[in-house]
Design a binder for this molecule. Structure first.
Ligand SMILES: [Ca+2]
Length: 221
C-alpha cells in the first residue's frame, strides 16, 4: 500500500515537472512567436510590408473603407519593424505583393510578421492565401493571438521552412480570401502585416518603395 502511495507521489511530481515543458512545446500552434532561426551560412532578409505597392490597393476597415496609402499605419509600438505596417486589408482578394530577386535558385524559411484584430485567429490557406511564384503554399495554419492596430503585438509566424526560391525574379503574394473573420460585419477580415522575413543561403535583393512613406498621413485627392 505504502509503495503504491509513493509511486503515485513520484508520478505526480514527474507530471508537475513535465507539464511546463508540454505547455511550452506550442511551436506555431499557440499564438506565440516563432523564433527566426538563422543557421550557419544563412542570412535573414526583411521585406517591409509598407514598402510594397499599395497605391492601387482596395482594402477595408473594420466597418468602412480603406485604400491606397491609408493602408499604411505609422506606429511607435514596440516590436513594429521599421515603425510602419499594413492594416485594414479586410477585403476579399486584397493582395500584398513582395517582389524580390534571388541570385540563384534555392530554398528559404518564410516568416510573416502579423497580428489579428479579430481576437485569437487561425489563418489558413482558406482565409489567407500565401502564394510564391503562382504556387500556393499549403501551410498548416498560423495561430495568432488577438491584439489591436493601436497596441499591436506583432509575432513572426513561420509559414514554411522550405519555400522554393527561383533564380531571378520571385513574387510572393499574401492574399486575403473570402471569409467571416471580421467579427463586426461577419464578412472578410485579414491580418495586419508588418513584414516578411526570408532566411536563406541564396542572396536576395529587392527595390523597396520607400517613397510610400511620403504619402502616409496625407489626405490625397
Ligand atoms: Ca514594417
Amino acid at each position: 500500500m505504502m509503495k503504491k502511495k509513493i509511486l503515485a507521489a513520484v508520478l505526480a511530481a514527474m507530471c508537475l515537472l513535465v507539464l511546463p515543458f508540454a505547455l511550452c512545446a506550442c511551436g506555431g500552434g499557440g499564438g506565440g512567436e516563432d523564433k527566426v532561426v538563422v543557421g550557419e551560412g544563412m542570412k535573414e532578409y526583411i521585406l517591409e510590408a509598407e514598402y510594397t505597392p499599395v497605391e492601387d490597393k482596395i482594402g477595408g476597415a473594420q466597418s468602412g473603407s480603406a485604400s491606397g496609402y491609408s493602408l499604411i499605419m505609422q506606429s511607435s509600438a514596440e516590436g513594429v519593424s521599421n515603425g510602419y505596417f499594413i492594416h485594414n486589408i479586410h477585403m476579399t482578394d486584397c493582395t500584398l505583393e513582395f517582389t524580390f530577386n534571388a541570385e540563384r535558385a534555392g530554398t528559404g524559411a518564410l516568416y510573416v510578421r502579423m497580428i489579428s484584430q479579430w481576437g485569437n485567429t487561425k489563418f489558413t490557406p482558406d482565409n489567407f492565401g500565401i502564394v510564391l511564384n503562382g504556387k500556393e503554399i499549403s501551410y498548416s495554419g498560423l495561430q495568432v493571438k488577438g491584439s489591436s492596430d493601436d497596441a499591436p503585438e506583432f509575432v513572426d509566424k513561420v509559414v514554411t521552412q522550405a519555400a522554393e526560391i527561383k533564380q531571378g525574379e520571385n513574387k510572393l503574394e499574401l492574399i486575403v480570401r473570402e471569409n467571416t473573420l471580421n467579427t463586426y460585419t461577419h464578412s472578410t477580415g485579414g491580418p495586419a502585416i508588418d513584414c516578411v522575413k526570408i532566411v536563406t543561403d541564396t542572396g536576395i535583393s529587392w527595390d523597396p518603395l520607400t517613397e510610400n512613406l511620403d504619402h502616409v498621413g496625407k489626405i490625397e485627392a
